[in-house]
Every structure is written in structure tokens, then in C-alpha cells.
Design a protein around this ligand. Structure first.
Ligand SMILES: Cc1ncc(COP(=O)(O)O)c(C=O)c1O
Length: 465
């Protein structure tokens, strides 16, 4: 045991101080007691290059030796300029004359996107446009503006009095909400049309933007859209002059096999935000990209972004992110994500495809989820009182596996899933280890099908939680 003074750190849970990590190597983390953890979720889909990377570390050190920080209202800096150029050059069609800005997190990037969407309309002489529409069961960050557009009931509840009014429409979540008599395409059009109905209800002249994750991450577990959904969304936004903000904080920067996940849907948004995989955990960074059309409104209008933070376009953070992108491109990691993503999917299906409590196995690239159900036929979730997601997380960690379980998958409250987002460099052997450790975890935590489904039947899990 390592002796420690009482912690002065405000931990996420004051009653459970987590283990102290002292080292990271590739897909693995090592704690102060020498225990090794296979990081199969990169924390929350962050560490896309694993832990520790010599080229990224060297780029960060080199930038520290030159200049660490300048305030963006006094100076520009070379890494920020190069990173903006790189992202704009790689962004979907319509971003060629666009602009990028860098902040410290996904939530800050969302704040910037919401503000820019609002400013865009004001610059163009439509000052009534301020309403934001997003989707139920979504998460866009924890700062107040981002939380206000999020559709995660649990995270919003405490802060409801502080949140500005926004609208939420249906998510595109075929496993749960497609009717049996509906094709995937028909389902996608039906839920996309809810956006149009809401725009018309509010009055198009008051609506600024629609916000959505191209592949939904934490809230419902790596849910890709059905074909045609985002094309219809794009048409609706265009018809009513509403901007489309793609939140790629979790699914972007290669996680799904493309640098920008929305390109797989064949449409381009007006604003994109990215974060997590952009910095890969080496430095905190988020980015907002404005398309040429949005940037032009600013160029032709006031020419001034009415938003800023002290650490905007931080030179060291941008140098780190640029090195991450170099590694992804030079090492061909987008191809690796597609290959290893298919291998992970196949391994999950082989192990859990017939599991009576796994209702769905889904995702894209190295962004995969198992959804847990009490009954596969009815898709009924387990009651929230079982705290399955929390118990799976604890049991997996005790066994040396870091995965990212969440609850609320079925209806915002009930339902559980386990999200996996291993590094782009994950090996075939590690995929085997992930699946085996997950199987052991499920066997320990999930109600035993041969016996009772009561929580008391899972003594080991109860001890782990
Ligand atoms: C889709 C999405 N948007 C925004 C955020 C907020 O990012 P951050 O936690 O870096 O503020 C997250 C974080 O999980 C996210 O998954």
C-alpha cells in the first residue's frame, strides 16, 4: 500500500478516491501499486495514440523550448496557424475558405460554436435567430451553454434553473426506436422530419442552429445514423436557413475511421467541433471549424469574433495536436482504425453475439458498444436500481480493464451499455484480451441466466461496486 496524506483534490466521488496512475505505455496504464490496466476506452475516447508517444512528446517539448504561450489578441503562433490550415484542408467540402479556432475542451468548443451560430445570423441581419435545437439523449458538454443544448436528462436536472431554453427532437437510434414495419431509411426520414416540425413550431425566423453528433457517443453508446438521415437533416436546415453544427468531440479525428465522421454521411455541416482525439490526451485542446459560408458572414460583417478565452490557440497544445495528426497520417492510422475496428467488432460478435443479455453490438471504426438488456426479444432494460453500468465499470477496472459503461441507454434513465474506444494502435492480441476481460466482467456482474435475475445472485459484483 502507498501511504498518502488525505486528498485535497475534489474527486468526482468523494467516497471513492481512484487509484493513482504513475505510468502509461501504449494501451496500458500502471498504478502506484504496480497494477496494470488495459485502457480499452482511452478514458472517455481520448487517448487515440495510447499512453506516451515519442513524436508527440518531442513536438511538445520543442514548442515549450521556443514559446509556450501568447495571448491571441496580441500575437499569433506557428503551431496554431499550421493546425488551423491542416484541419481546414482536411475538413468536408465547403470548409476550403473556412476558419478554425482552438480552445481548451469540447465544452468550450461547443460554446464557441453556439455563439458563432448566433453571431452569423446577427451579422447577416437576422437578429431574431437565437433558438437552438438538439436531440434527446445527446451530450454536448458540461458548461452551461453546452449543457443547455444537451439532451441528457440526468446531467441537466440539477442545473435546470441555470440553463437557457432549447428544444430537443428525437435521436436517430434505430435499435430502440425504429418501428418494425419501417425500413431504416423510412425511420431516418421520420425522425429527421421532427426537426422540420420543431423549426416550424418555433418559427424559422427564430431558429439559429441544429446540433447533433454524427455518431452518438457517451449517452447511448456509439450509435451511427441510418442511411439518409443526415442528408434529410441538411435539406431541412437549408430550407429554413438554420445552421447545422456537427459535434465530433467524441466521434471525430479518426475514431470512426475518417478524420471527420460526418463525411461518411455524404453531407457537410456549417460548423464542426472536435476535441478528445485532437489532442489525444497529451494536451487539453478543442477546436471549432467554421465553413466558408459562416466565415464569410464574419469577413463581410464586423470581422470580429465576439468570443474569446485566455488560452485560445495555445501554442503547446496546438503543437501537440499537430504532432498527433502527423502520426495518424504518417502511420496510416485511419486504415488501422477501420481494420482493427472490424476485428474488434468480429471478436465482440463471436463472444457476445448469442449472449442472452447483450441486445445490440454496434458502432463504427474503433468506437464500439455492447448494449445490455434484460430480455433480447423485448429489449427491456434492467432497472436502474441495479446500477449495472457502475458495477461493470468497477468490476472491469478491478480485473485490469478500463472500459466506459453508462446508463440511461433505453430511455434516458433505464438501460446500460459498455462503450469501447481503444487506441488506434491496438493490437490483435490486445483485442483478444479486451474481449476476454469483458466476458469475465459480465459473468461476474450480470444476473446469472441459469439462476435468479435478482442482484443478490451476483455476490462478486456487489463486492466490486
Ligand atoms: C459529444 C461530446 N461533446 C462535447 C463533450 C464535452 O467535451 P469536454 O468534456 O472536453 O468538455 C463531450 C465529452 O464527453 C462529448 O462526448
Amino acid at each position: 500500500m502507498v501511504e498518502m496524506a488525505p486528498s485535497a483534490l475534489l474527486h468526482r466521488n468523494l467516497r471513492q478516491v481512484p487509484p493513482m496512475v504513475v505510468r502509461g505505455e501504449g494501451s496500458w496504464l500502471v498504478d502506484a501499486e504496480g497494477r496494470r490496466y488495459l485502457d480499452a476506452s482511452g478514458g472517455a475516447a481520448v487517448s487515440c495514440l495510447g499512453h506516451g508517444h515519442p513524436r508527440v512528446a518531442a513536438a511538445i517539448r520543442a514548442q515549450l523550448d521556443q514559446v509556450a504561450y501568447v495571448h491571441s489578441s496580441f500575437f499569433t503562433n506557428a503551431p496554431a496557424e499550421a493546425l488551423a490550415r491542416r484541419l481546414i484542408d482536411r475538413a468536408p467540402p465547403g470548409f476550403g475558405q473556412g476558419l478554425a479556432t482552438f480552445v481548451g475542451s469540447g465544452s468550450e468548443a461547443m460554446e464557441a460554436a453556439l455563439k458563432l451560430a448566433r453571431q452569423y445570423h446577427v451579422e447577416r441581419g437576422e437578429p431574431r435567430r437565437g433558438r437552438m435545437i438538439s436531440r434527446r439523449m445527446s451530450y454536448h458538454g458540461n458548461t452551461l451553454g453546452a449543457l443547455a443544448v444537451g439532451g441528457h436528462a440526468g446531467r441537466r436536472a440539477l442545473y435546470a434553473p441555470l440553463l437557457v431554453g432549447t428544444s430537443q427532437v428525437a435521436p436517430c437510434f434505430a435499435y430502440r426506436f425504429r418501428r418494425e414495419d419501417e425500413s431504416e431509411e423510412a425511420y431516418g426520414l421520420r425522425v429527421a422530419d421532427e426537426l422540420e416540425a420543431e423549426i416550424l413550431r418555433l418559427g424559422p425566423e427564430t431558429v439559429a442552429a441544429f446540433v447533433a453528433e454524427p455518431v452518438v457517443g457517451a449517452t447511448i453508446g456509439t450509435v451511427p445514423p441510418v442511411p439518409g438521415y443526415f442528408r434529410r437533416i441538411r435539406e431541412i436546415c437549408d430550407r429554413h436557413g438554420v445552421l447545422f453544427i456537427a459535434d465530433e468531440v467524441m466521434c471525430g479525428m479518426g475514431r470512426c475511421g475518417s478524420l471527420f465522421a460526418i463525411v461518411d454521411e455524404g453531407v457537410a455541416p456549417d460548423i464542426i467541433i472536435v476535441a478528445k482525439g485532437l489532442g489525444a490526451g497529451f494536451q487539453p485542446i478543442g477546436a471549432m471549424l467554421a465553413s466558408g459560408r459562416v466565415a464569410d458572414a464574419l469577413r463581410r460583417g464586423s470581422g470580429v469574433l465576439q468570443h474569446g478565452h485566455t488560452y485560445m490557440s495555445h501554442a503547446v497544445a496546438c503543437a501537440g495536436a499537430l504532432a498527433v495528426l502527423d502520426v495518424i497520417e504518417e502511420d496510416g492510422l485511419l486504415g488501422a482504425v477501420r481494420r482493427q475496428g472490424a476485428a474488434l467488432d468480429a471478436a465482440l460478435r463471436a463472444e457476445f453475439g448469442a449472449h442472452p443479455l447483450v441486445g445490440d453490438i454496434r458502432g463504427r471504426g474503433l468506437f464500439r458498444t455492447l448494449e445490455i438488456v434484460a430480455d433480447r426479444a423485448s429489449k427491456a432494460p434492467f432497472p436502474p436500481s441495479l446500477r449495472l453500468a457502475a458495477r461493470i465499470k468497477a468490476e472491469a477496472q478491478a480485473r485490469g480493464l478500463i472500459c466506459y459503461p453508462s446508463s440511461g441507454t433505453a430511455d434516458g434513465e433505464a438501460g446500460d451499455h459498455v462503450l469501447l474506444a481503444p487506441p488506434f494502435t491496438v493490437s490483435a492480441e490486445e483485442i483478444g484480451q479486451i474481449v476476454a476481460m469483458l466476458r469475465g466482467t459480465f459473468d461476474a456482474v450480470l444476473p446469472d441466466q441459469g439462476r435468479s435475475r435478482a442482484p443478490a445472485a451476483t455476490g462478486q459484483a456487489a463486492a466490486a461496486s
